[in-house]
Design a protein around this ligand. Structure first.
Ligand code: CO
Length: 134
């Protein structure tokens, strides 16, 4: 069902500092920051030859990652995103297997304008998973 690893997301307290580490210290191709008010995050994408790293910081009130940063003030890995061909078929198959889909179970438009869903970390080895239809 799952295909390529689309990205690894890391929540950081200082997005500019994190972008500088990836751009200047690690020598990676780093995007400009983008505010996503609907998602409550600001993102920077690090484009690697085989995948992406998504650097995230909270945006606005009630950001879904604010609590994560409270618990992990230095930042840390937040989720993995796997590509799927058909997100509704993937959701139905996973729910039939007993996996929990977060929120109302309906795909939302993600950071790349594609449908995404999040899966409960307790069902997936302690890791929050994002599925993105490609
Ligand atoms: Co993501």
């Amino acid at each position: 069902m799952i295909g390529k690893l689309n990205h690894v997301a890391i929540v950081v307290p200082d997005l500019d500092a994190a972008a500088a580490i990836y751009r200047d210290t690690l020598g990676a191709d780093v995007s400009a920051p983008e505010d996503l008010p609907d998602h409550g995050v600001t993102t920077v994408f690090v484009n690697l030859p085989n995948t992406k790293i998504e650097l995230l910081r909270p945006y606005g009130e009630n950001s879904p990652i604010a609590k994560f940063l409270e618990k992990n003030p230095a930042g840390g890995m937040h989720h993995l995103c796997y590509e799927v061909q058909d997100i509704l078929a993937a959701r139905d198959q996973l729910q039939a297997a007993g996996a929990r889909v977060l929120g109302d179970g309906k795909p939302k438009t993600g950071a790349h304008g594609k449908p995404v869903l999040f899966l409960h970390p307790k069902d997936f080895c302690g890791t929050l998973l994002e599925l993105e239809q490609v």
